[in-house]
Write a protein that binds this ligand. Structure first.
Ligand SMILES: [Zn+2]
Length: 128
């Protein structure tokens, strides 16, 4: 039996960080949803939870490893940036460059400043 399960998962993506996060949030949505007295809100929560479960299992069972690993790498990178932004939220302001979409960090409380993108060297105004 164990051998058959192992054989089934050969060449499949498996549980990665992205699928784990989706599964966890779906589980939380389902827990919250079961205790909501408003019917329409309960069904909204439960529907979102089911969509999350299906998406997570789609990711776990997917054979398109290249695409799933690229999505997971983007998710992990976004999570790292968001954690950093949260940690430094009082000293710095973060936003994306309008031309190349690279993350930019500027000190807070400096008024209106001209920002030079360090990737594409373009300039743009931002209020900090
Ligand atoms: Zn740029």
């Amino acid at each position: 039996m164990k051998y058959r399960i192992q054989r089934f998962f050969i060449g499949r993506n498996g549980l990665d960080a992205c699928a784990g996060a989706v599964l966890t949030s779906s589980f939380i949505l389902m827990l919250i949803g079961t205790f909501i007295p408003l019917v329409w809100l309960r069904y909204t929560f439960l529907s979102l939870a089911w969509i999350g479960f299906f998406y997570a299992y789609f990711r776990i069972l997917s054979r398109n490893l290249y695409k799933r690993q690229r999505e997971n790498a983007r998710f992990v990178e976004l999570l790292r940036i968001k954690k950093l932004q949260w940690k430094e939220r009082k000293q710095y302001k973060y936003f994306r460059c309008p031309s190349c979409k690279a993350w930019q960090r500027v000190p807070r409380g400096k008024g209106r400043i001209v920002v030079h993108c360090r990737v594409c060297r373009s300039r743009f105004d931002k209020k900090t």
